[in-house]
Ligand binder design. Structure first.
Ligand code: NDP
Length: 293
């Protein structure tokens, strides 16, 4: 069994990006600039955004954090998005989800200019992805594809089972693995809460992508010997022995499943760091005008 070390891989990719930024600086070019909008005080969102800003610092990107209280109106948030869309300096930006209940997430996502949508959530980018056109891939699936590619994991002709069908993880993952492209060509089954016999579906998988949000949901008895296991879940479970009073676990029961897997991602240190790195890769693409010119 080999651990898919997302932490190490993301450090390697960030070092590559940092080298590119150095070259840009030497040539007097424009430094890539990522902005993040954070609304309210959700501790998980704060920690994600902090790590995004830290990663920008690490690679030498410019970053801007726009923090607003959760009393912000939808109109005020849309105005901030408009300013970011039209800023010459900002190459890409993200609006950290979830948003307060009085703000329509769909409206906000649609307001982001697809050219600056480095999270890859806008339907224009999603549609382009589905048709195999150049686009900003959604950050988490992009990170998983990077991981699969860089570890040389074969996907062609394999049976992949994706558990969870969200717009940001499960559904795009199912599209990417089934497309006629590198790290694609898999036969994909997309499962969800209405799937009749989930255990039977997962047990047929050569590759399992777990994106459900339920701690340790995928157990060893559901998994085929030698399967590749990608655990997207990030769940907090109480743990009095930790200073914070909790620890993070995935959707996969790592201890038992790792005994059967050929490759497995840990939580933390697996998919999470790759997601942040994908954002940087998308921002670099945007600053080079690689996709939309
Ligand atoms: P969502 O809550 O949007 O979607 C969860 C999906 O799981 C749904 O499709 C749901 O089915 C399905 N599901 C729920 N319960 C079951 C069940 N008992 N059996 C089968 N399917 C089930 O989650 P996200 O995709 O946003 O996130 C999933 C997990 O990944 C979370 O833990 C999240 O924190 C984590 N995450 C991690 C990221 C990272 O960078 N590592 C990035 C994004 C998310 P249905 O559609 O029928 O309701």
């Amino acid at each position: 069994m080999e651990i898919l070390n997302g932490k190490k891989l993301s450090q390697d990719i960030k070092a590559e990006i940092a080298e590119e930024v150095k070259l840009i600086k030497q040539k007097g070019g424009k430094i890539p600039h990522l902005a993040a909008v954070l609304i309210g005080n959700n501790p998980a969102s704060e920690s994600y955004v902090r790590s995004k800003v830290r990663s920008c610092d690490f690679v030498g990107f410019e970053s801007t954090l726009i923090r607003k209280d959760d009393s912000i109106t939808e109109e005020e948030l849309l105005e901030i998005i408009h300013e970011l869309n039209t800023s010459d300096d900002v190459d890409g930006f993200i609006v950290q989800l979830p948003l307060p209940k009085h703000i329509d997430e769909v409206k906000v996502t649609l307001a982001i200019d697809p050219k600056k949508d480095v999270d890859g959530f806008h339907p224009v980018n999603f549609g382009r992805m589905a048709q195999g056109l150049d686009c900003y891939l959604p950050a988490t699936p992009f990170g998983i594809i990077q991981m699969i590619e860089r570890y040389g994991i074969e996907t062609s002709g394999k049976h992949a089972v994706v558990v969870g069908r969200s717009n940001i993880v499960g559904t795009p993952m199912s599209i990417l693995l089934s497309r006629k492209a590198k790290s694609g060509n898999a036969t994909v089954t997309l499962t969800h809460s209405r799937t009749k016999d989930l255990a039977a579906e997962v047990s047929r998988a050569d590759i399992v992508i777990a994106a459900i949000g339920i701690p340790n949901f995928i157990s060893a008895d559901m998994v085929k010997e030698g399967a590749v296991i990608i655990d997207v879940g990030i769940n907090r479970v109480e743990d009095e022995s930790r200073k914070k009073g909790y620890r993070l676990v995935g959707d996969v029961d790592f201890d038992s499943v790792s005994e059967k897997a050929s490759y497995i991602t840990p939580v933390p240190g697996g998919v999470g760091p790759m997601t942040v790195t994908s954002l940087l890769m998308n921002t670099l693409k945007s600053s080079r005008k690689e996709i939309y010119g």
